[in-house]
Design a protein around this ligand. Sequence first.
Ligand code: CP
Ligand code: NVA
Length: 309
Amino acid sequence: KNKLQGKDFLRIGDFTKEELMDLIEFAIKLKNMQKLGEPHRYLEGKTLAMIFEKSSTRTRVSFETGMFQLGGAAQFLSSSDMQLGNGETIADTAKVLSRYVDAIMIRTFGHDIVVEMAENATVPVINGLTDDAHPCQVLADLMTIYEKKGSFDGLKFAFVGDGNNMSQSLLMGCAIMGIDCYIAVPEGNEVKQSVLKQAQEKAKLSGSSVVQTYDPHEAVKGVDIIYTDVWASMGWEGDKEERLKLFADYQVNEALVAGAKDDYLFMHCLPAIRGEEVAAEVIDGANSVVFDQAENRLHAQKAVLASIV
Ligand code: CP
Ligand code: NVA
């Protein structure tokens, strides 16, 4: 019987190296089955409710397509069209949805909202992005790294940019899998101290290290992977002008990537803004794997769904 059945998928740090490795192997198997046209209807007749309080292209389409390919169905629910938007509580929403559907995915602002949903739902809850974490993206990213590099052993990873949901989940994922992780942020945009501390503890267990710096050139020196993300995440659009100035020296461009290994991978969760966090030559260049990452959202989430539901 599946060990993860009934479990929520809220943070990458809630899972062990073995559990994440099993999910990645399962995702690769599902990817092959889908390419070969082999049926894999593990969730026949099951439904997923998807609540969105923020925009989405990849998360929405990959979850909906994934449920369909697994033999089930997904429902897109914009929070403003739900009674949630009129003040119905998260707890009541969680209890009601649990009477209809087999799993709930939610994309929202505060991480506490996802936790409250999970505490009150009797079905598994999946975090489709909060201000603090984006575990679905990181599982797909680890899968992409594994496919491209063949193993996690001895890899060095650098994140350059904002200490946001992506960098926080990435450094946790790298620390668990044993990838050395460097993160370069402008002063005042560090990852949360509690997240850094937890990642450093996990890194100790896996024999790797997590280092935060203010110097992007130092972070990317000799690395196998360079990752970046937008400078103004959803919810921070109002600070955009100020942030453009603050992050100006943190653009991932030809000059910066020159410090990495020749066969480095460029990664980005997308959506990206060319000319801001990344130069077009880099994201559209030969080392970029951003569309493989986007594709793997589908396969990785199918592995999660088929395991927890
Ligand atoms: N990377 C990601 O989660 O994309 P969307 O915002 O389009 O879902
Ligand atoms: N950090 C970005 C990721 C989008 C997928 C945001 O939160 O908007």
